[in-house]
Ligand binder design. Structure first.
Ligand code: ATP
Ligand code: MG
Length: 451
């Protein structure tokens, strides 16, 4: 009756209804005063009071059609607060991720303490109203929102520090959980790149290389990561280039993986031999993401690029063919402007064969020489493979590596150490191997000297 327009109650009716309601309330209060003990009454009224001093912030999952970053962050953050008293938790295993993703389930409440204040969270879901009685996308039939309740006097603190704290914290959690990916050229893919998880175990700890160079590289990467504002201020693109050079098996590719694992940056491995023309190259480079390492291995072996000087090229050459200068110009230009925090690494076995354009100062920020195994490098490998830091045979190995300069690559040394779990056996095997290397070296030198 109340709903139909014609039968709307008159203001008089409403007033008299309100008056009788008020009378009932007074009556209720009087009865309550008479019948309910004071203690219970006080607790009831103080709860009522408390409730009225609470406010609730609603964080919806979607802002229109776009995901609400605050929801995603809070959901991730709350997943780390689950305790034994949390009754319902939700577990997901996203494809390609290694870890389980744990979050609170619907209607599950959770209390967080921040700066001495209690914050109550609850995940609430509701049915999304279907448009025209039909729902096209069933997966989107439910809308989720997180509700945060707290005393109203903390309102400013929630907006100025608690929620920003959660946004930051979720970034850290994401960073920690990030699975580093390896992207390789895949012309069948939508953006020309296909990806798999980078399961390379290399880290800076496992890298056998000059300790000074290792330290300098880590510091360089740290500085690069922290310099967002600096790059912006000086008007430079936020990118850094490294040239890794050294004989095969000295750890160039491993070092790229160690850098990626350290920074949690994806690797984009670009094989230039697979790239037909400049337009493909452009598409590939645009398809790379921020916070990634672009690697171009064996840059000297790419016949097309070797010692090519764009100005001396005959005019008949196809315009669209990739050239080193084209690649470098593109990297300096467009690529720099379409993303942030990018690292580019070139590797080569023959630095001397590289195009001077690549070696020009300012082109590659650091040139890193990876060389034959030294005793210090060997100790890293011995710890990696045999878990030993000392052994009576270490003295002989030090002599062969550092004094006689046996030219064994870390890959060769690692190969010897892998042969047995018994340190005595594998170290003895390594000594024999290094001696044979030395003999070959000496014999070769004898021959050349004798000529
Ligand atoms: N410096 C190193 N520290 C630790 N392990 C190494 C090192 N160098 C090589 N290795 C071991 O040898 C294997 C081969 O090394 P890697 O592929 O990194 O060498 P590379 O310099 O890239 O060689 P190439 O020039 O042939 O590409 C690695 O998987 C790793 O096990
Ligand atoms: Mg390599």
């Amino acid at each position: 009756m109340w709903c139909s327009q014609e039968n709307l109650p008159s203001p008089k009716t409403i007033l008299s209804a309100a008056a009788s309601l008020a009378a009932s309330a007074i009556l209720f209060r009087t009865i309550a005063n008479d019948l309910i003990p004071d203690v219970v009454q006080n607790s009831f009224y103080s709860r009522l009071q408390k409730l009225s001093s609470q406010i609730t912030v609603v964080v919806e999952e979607l802002d229109g059609l776009t995901p609400n970053e605050m929801f995603e962050a809070a959901n991730l953050y709350l997943g780390t607060l689950l305790s034994t008293s949390t009754r319902r938790i939700k577990v997901n295993k996203p494809e390609k991720e290694k870890q389980l993703l744990v979050t609170i389930d619907k209607n599950q409440g959770l209390v967080d303490y921040f700066k001495g204040v209690n914050f109550k969270w609850v995940l609430v879901t509701s049915q999304k109203p279907a448009s025209n009685g039909k729902r096209e996308d069933h997966s989107q039939s439910e809308v989720r929102q997180l509700e945060l309740s707290f005393h109203k006097k903390h309102r400013d603190m929630v907006l100025s520090s608690y929620l920003p704290y959660i946004l930051n914290k979720s970034k850290e959690i994401k960073e920690e959980r990030k699975v580093v990916k390896l992207h390789t050229v895949d012309y069948n893919g939508t953006d020309y790149w296909g990806s798999i998880n980078l399961d390379h175990p290399a880290t800076f700890d496992t890298m056998a290389m000059d300790p000074e160079i290792k330290k300098a590289l880590i510091e360089d990467l740290d500085r690069f990561r922290e310099r967002k504002e600096y790059y912006r201020r000086v008007g430079k693109a936020w990118k850094r280039g490294y040239l890794l050079f050294g004989p095969p098996g000295t750890g160039k590719s491993s070092l790229v993986a160690a850098m990626a694992n350290y920074l949690k940056f994806d690797i984009f491995d670009l094989d230039l031999k697979e790239v037909q023309c400049n337009s493909d190259l452009r598409r590939l480079l645009i398809g790379t993401k921020s916070r990634s390492i672009l690697v171009i291995e064996d840059i000297d072996c790419s016949v097309e690029l070797q010692n090519r000087d764009a100005e001396n090229e005959p005019k008949t050459v196809e315009d669209d063919k990739i050239t080193l200068s084209g690649l470098l110009n593109f990297i300096d230009g467009l690529w720099s402007t379409c993303g942030e925090e990018r690292i580019i690494v070139f590797t080569t076995n023959h630095k001397d064969r590289l195009d001077p354009a690549l070696l020009r100062p300012g082109r590659m920020d650091l040139h890193i020489h990876l060389s034959y195994c030294t005793f210090s490098g060997f100790k890293t490998l011995a710890y990696n493979y045999l878990r030993i830091q000392e052994h009576p045979l270490f003295g002989d190995i030090e002599k062969l590596l550092d004094y006689y300069k046996a030219q064994a690559t870390p890959a060769e040394v690692a190969g010897e150490l892998l042969k047995s779990d018994d340190a005595q056996v594998s170290l003895q095997g390594l000594i024999t191997f290094l001696q044979s290397k030395n003999k070959m070296e000496t014999a070769w030198q004898d021959i050349t000297v004798g000529k």
